[in-house]
Design a protein around this ligand. Structure first.
Ligand SMILES: CN(C)CCCNS(=O)(=O)c1cccc(Nc2nc(OCC3CCCCC3)c3[nH]cnc3n2)c1
Length: 278
């Protein structure tokens, strides 16, 4: 049954992302709290609209406890706006959490960091090992795209939407933020692949420990040089050698030496921390 905007009541605006506005909403029939992301497709070409439709269709197929659940979509033709309705993550995003730690001068607990690593890896496994063989790459893995639910479990968000943004007409294509998480293969203009998501996850895990990205520079050229060199400081000394070891594996400059998601899950340091399969 086709839902309409009237089936929901807007509670508040959570924030504005690169593709549009995210609002906290309540489903009238049962009071369920959700979010919707509003995206104006008015400026999109036919091809881009087709891409948007296929991205949204991919979203609805991704079912993992560690990926933000897609619920529905509403198309408002009068305002050329699509509303993508998803699960609300009460715990907010990791970027906000990192900023809070920096402000308070505190580090995140190592067990929490391992939990994030395991759950993000399982979320990426769901995408990279898609049933019908067509892997979905995240392409925009970063703390601002990883949310937490009430039990502080990971909810990977904004899948695929990143790809829609790379269409010419969207303002999102403009230079938003420094690409600290750019992989060496992207810096060398090679193609983005599943292991590029592993690199970004390595950068994100590093930032959760050190509260700063592994490679920082004041301009793109300097950043590219550092990324290509693969030189980065060890995570703070109070973190275990185990965490440091797994960190270094994800930040392998040489793609052939960098583990895939499947290989990462087979690493003893990771395998020993996987949740029991119920
Ligand atoms: C811009 N930042 C300062 C963040 C401000 C806002 N804080 S916050 O840390 O994201 C935050 C606070 C409380 C609840 C939630 N829950 C939530 N947020 C989503 O997206 C946030 C949105 C993403 C694009 C950019 C704007 C914000 C979700 N997407 C699917 N489920 C979602 N659940 C998020």
């Amino acid at each position: 049954m086709q839902t309409t905007l009237d089936d929901y009541e807007v509670i508040e605006t959570i924030g504005t992302g690169s593709y549009g506005t995210c609002k906290k909403i309540r489903r009238r029939r049962d009071g369920l709290i959700l979010v919707w992301k509003e995206m104006d497709y008015g400026m999109m070409t036919e091809t881009e609209k087709q891409m948007l439709v296929s991205e949204v269709n991919l979203l609805r197929e991704l079912k993992s406890p560690y990926i933000v659940r897609y619920y529905d979509r509403i198309i408002d033709r009068t305002n050329t706006t699509i509303f993508i309705i998803m699960e609300y993550c009460k715990g907010g995003d990791l970027a906000t959490l990192i900023n809070k730690c920096k402000k308070e001068g505190s580090y995140l607990d190592e067990n929490f960091i391992w939990k994030i690593l395991i759950q993000v890896t399982l979320a990426l496994k769901e995408c990279h090992e898609r049933k019908n063989g067509k892997a979905v790459l995240h392409r925009d893995l970063k703390p601002a795209n990883v949310f937490l639910d009430t039990d502080k479990n990971v909810k990977l968000g904004d899948f695929g939407l990143a790809r829609v943004l790379h269409h010419e007409t969207s303002f999102a294509n403009t230079y938003v933020g420094t690409p600290f998480y750019m992989s060496p293969e992207l810096v060398n203009n090679m193609s983005y692949n599943e292991k590029s998501d592993v690199w970004s996850m390595g950068c994100m895990m590093y930032e959760l420990s050190a509260l700063r990205p592994p490679f920082v520079a004041s301009n793109q050229a300097e950043l590219n040089r550092k990324i290509r060199s693969g030189d980065f400081a060890r995570i703070p000394l109070h973190f275990s050698d185990d965490l440091n070891t797994i960190q270094n594996k994800m930040l392998q400059v040489d793609v052939s030496k960098r583990p895939s998601i499947t290989e990462l899950l087979a690493e003893p340091l990771v395998a020993s921390r996987l949740p029991m399969v119920e």
